[in-house]
Design a protein around this ligand. Structure first.
Ligand SMILES: NC(=O)c1ccc[n+]([C@@H]2O[C@H](COP(=O)([O-])OP(=O)(O)OC[C@H]3O[C@@H](n4cnc5c(N)ncnc54)[C@H](OP(=O)(O)O)[C@@H]3O)[C@@H](O)[C@H]2O)c1
Length: 380
């Protein structure tokens, strides 16, 4: 199963809005006879590729699949049919696919055909790997990951607004790998105007769909001369604005290839923005600031994962910008604490990542239950 998860992870940045899937077909004694992973829309599914490689040796073998195989006719024929036809004796899969078209039906179809099904193996790891997919399927909105860089004293810019660069080269390189995992990247009008950022994925890794750059900008302050607007034809830019936004500004951005979306609640309604993005098959959003947008999303409890890069520098100054605005917490007991925290060193900086407690980004209870029941299980 670990190998199946490794194979699935090759799909990072390539398969959204579908899940990443890996499959290993193994015979008794752990002999691997076939491997496959899902790499892009229109390409064969992981199970099909692994079964093709295994050929006749799939008969009586075990298929380890990183997610429940689907039993419905979508763009590809059902994978459960392929497993049954190949004569696989046993299917091991960590968790049900939360997609209502699949959920439980894949396992039921296999069992009806006499295939033994075992679930729960490495369920936590499997859900974590596909956290964006699981979250967007369950919550019907994109997975939101807030990322920012601060000084040791929690500032994101100097009192004069200078914010480049607080962190070192390793942290910035890491940000591009993070961007690669996401469908969209989002900033507020303040950041767009202060930093004139490009917000592209410069990881050098293959993407299936272009990274969509999103600006929350009620009054359409984004300049047609900004780097975002000037590159809108190469990589999409969507600006969310209020219904009252100026028509001339809309036309000027339109002429650059920027898509202006006017919402009834304007960009100030983050739920409205997220549901609009979800309707456009956006599975995940990386929020890169600034302080006002970060505060608004945290206050609305719409953040599913947080990454902060802390650099060993003290900015100081009463008027230097703190990392997070909004209302915040009055009592420490109400402050947003992170769980499942991971800490990595990036040059002289520290990267801290975690999931808001009680938030929907946490690995689901299903996975926790399955893990508990599977101690000493048969993970290959
Ligand atoms: N170190 C870092 O990681 C980092 C990252 C990003 C930014 N920064 C720094 O942060 C500063 C910018 O932060 P900021 O707080 O001024 O700007 P911001 O959060 O980027 O943008 C705030 C503006 O966005 C608009 N907006 C639209 N919808 C919103 C919503 N739902 N919630 C909140 N705002 C919404 C509002 O302008 P309208 O009313 O006009 O719509 C608001 O004034 C800059 O100095 C930048 O360099 C640092």
């Amino acid at each position: 199963m670990r190998r199946a998860l490794e194979l699935a992870a090759l799909g990072v940045g390539r398969v959204s809005p579908s899940p990443m899937v890996g499959c290993v077909v193994a015979r008794g004694g752990g002999e691997i006879v076939g491997e496959g992973c899902y790499l892009a829309e229109g390409v064969k599914h992981a199970e099909t590729l692994a079964l093709e490689q295994a050929g006749a040796r799939a008969r009586g073998a075990t298929a380890y699949v990183s997610l429940e195989p689907h039993a419905h006719h979508g763009r590809t024929p059902p994978c459960t049919d392929a497993l049954i036809k190949a004569g696989v004796a046993r299917v091991v899969a960590p968790v049900e696919d939360p997609n209502p078209l699949v959920a439980g039906r894949g396992f039921a179809h296999l069992r009806e055909a006499g295939v033994e099904v075992k679930t729960g193996v490495l369920a936590r790891e499997a859900e974590r790997l596909n956290e964006k997919y699981f979250h967007s399927q369950r919550a019907r909105r994109p997975f939101v990951h807030l990322k920012f860089a601060t000084s040791l004293d929690g500032r994101i810019a100097t009192r004069a607004g200078d914010s480049r660069w607080i962190t070192g080269a390793e942290s910035r390189e890491r940000v591009h790998r993070l961007r690669h995992e996401y469908d969209a990247i989002l900033v507020g009008a303040g950041t767009a105007s202060a930093d004139d950022p490009l917000l592209t994925d410069r990881s050098g890794l293959t993407r299936h769909r272009p990274l969509v750059r999103v600006v929350l900008d009620d009054e359409l302050k984004l300049s047609p001369a900004s780097r975002l607007a000037r590159t809108a034809r190469e990589s999409p830019v969507i600006v969310f604005a209020s219904e009252r936004a100026d028509a001339a500004r809309t036309s000027a951005l339109d002429a650059c290839g920027v898509e202006v979306v006017r919402l009834a609640g304007g960009a100030r309604d983050p739920r409205g923005v997220l549901s609009h993005l979800y309707e456009r098959a956006t599975q995940s959003v990386l929020v890169e600031g600034g302080a006002t947008v970060a505060g608004a999303l945290l206050d609305a409890r719409l953040v599913d994962k947080v990454t902060v890069f802390v650099a060993p520098v003290l900015i100081g100054g009463r008027d230097a910008r703190a990392a997070v605005g909004g209302e915040g917490a009055a009592r420490l007991a109400d402050a947003l604490r992170l769980r499942d925290v991971e800490i990595a060193r990036r040059g002289d900086d520290v990267e801290i990542t975690g999931y808001p407690r009680g938030g929907s980004g946490s690995v689901g209870a299903t996975a926790r239950r399955a893990d508990a029941g599977d101690a000493g299980g048969e993970a290959a």
